[in-house]
Design a protein around this ligand. Structure first.
Ligand code: 9MR
Length: 340
């Protein structure tokens, strides 16, 4: 009897140290998120909000050590008319990064979306047009942007190349051209390919890895892959994302969780999640940060949140970010700082 009691006590004690599936995230101190991780933690920013919204600006300054322009650096914003560049917002973000010593990641040089109206009907030399755009943009921010999403979302879900204007006018070599142009404009910059669903769709990931590996073998500089990580409260299983990230890392590329948010798919127009939903979201964030932290440090480029507060998110009614509409931190914020 005595022995049975001792064994029971030992078993209970052994169980104490194990993380429970129902860990509750409540409050935490407001020290920067990145001081709790061994990798950079970034956020997508908007120049106008940085200028006009103090709460937004203060959170960006205090919490993150890496920035991505959410829309400012896209083709449509930067070159609205052929050869005529608008650097107002990009310069603002670049100056902000310089002033506060934040890493700045460039997003994005070549994408089928957010192209200005003049591009689809362009009748000149597409090769020169692409080169000029990349050379101007990468060259201008050489001192402050040390990494770029050179090509964004160029693959279909089945791993084949997406049919885009770039493919139509420049052929399958356009991805190589873009990486070469970016490298020529800033040989020091780390160059990324960025896409969504890589976290759970192996067909798509394999297509991307096949092409990027070929480019590397041909001597083209390709440094990393951005897994966007627009995930929801239930999908995908984070272990799938962790496996995909390891596969990328094992192929020798840096891994960037480049646009992380956790869509809670609010059916109505509530502006706050219930306590249960907040915990559910927090556990998703904790799992993502944990999976990322398990990558080899040499392959970790960092995790970037796709916006500051729920009010800033591109997802309408998803309440997907770390701060609520009033810029108050959510349990998800504490979950990102709970890495052991
Ligand atoms: O968050 C961005 C949103 O404000 C823009 O309206 C949208 C335009 O397409 O782009 C959003 O960001 C996208 C990113 O540039 C590429 N991956 C998907 C992101 C969400 O749509």
């Amino acid at each position: 009897m005595k022995n049975t009691i001792i064994i029971c006590c030992l078993l209970l004690l052994a169980g104490c140290g194990k993380p429970t599936a129902t860990q509750v995230y409540t409050t935490c101190d407001m020290t920067s998120i990145y001081s709790h991780t061994s990798f950079p933690v970034g956020v997508a920013v908007d120049a106008y909000k940085l200028q006009t919204n103090d709460q937004y600006r203060n959170i960006v300054i205090a919490q993150f050590n890496s920035l991505t322009g959410e829309n400012a650096f896209k083709f449509e914003s930067v070159e609205p008319a052929e050869g005529q560049y608008n650097w107002t917002e990009t310069d603002y973000i670049a100056d902000f990064a310089r002033q506060y010593g934040k890493r700045l990641h460039g997003h994005t040089l070549v994408w089928h979306s957010q192209l200005p109206d003049w591009v689809p009907g362009y009748t000149g030399d597409w090769r020169s047009m692409l080169r000029d755009h990349i050379t101007q943009e990468v060259g201008r921010y050489k001192d402050v942007i040390h990494s770029w999403d050179v090509v964004n979302e160029a693959f279909n879900e089945d791993g084949t190349l997406r049919s885009t204007l770039w493919l139509t006018h420049l052929g399958t070599g356009y991805i190589q051209m873009a990486f070469e142009d970016a490298h020529a404009a800033n040989p020091q910059a780390k160059l990324f390919y960025n896409d969504y669903n890589l976290e759970w769709n192996p067909q798509k990931l394999d297509g991307v890895l096949r092409l990027l590996t070929q480019l590397r073998a041909a001597g083209v500089q390709v440094d990393g892959i951005g897994m966007q990580m627009h995930i929801s409260s239930s999908y995908p299983d984070i272990s799938l994302a962790g496996d995909a990230a390891k596969k990328i890392a094992n192929t020798g590329f840096l891994v960037h969780f480049s646009e992380l948010d956790v869509n809670m798919k609010e059916p109505d127009s509530r502006t706050l999640l219930s306590a249960d939903e907040q915990q559910q979201q927090a556990r998703r964030y904790a799992a993502v940060f944990t999976a990322y932290s398990q990558l080899s440090p040499a392959q970790q480029f960092g995790i970037t949140l796709w916006g500051v507060s729920d009010a800033d998110s591109w997802i309408v009614r998803g309440l997907p970010l770390l701060f609520d509409n009033n810029y108050t931190s959510k349990p998800a914020y504490c979950a990102c700082k709970s890495l052991k």
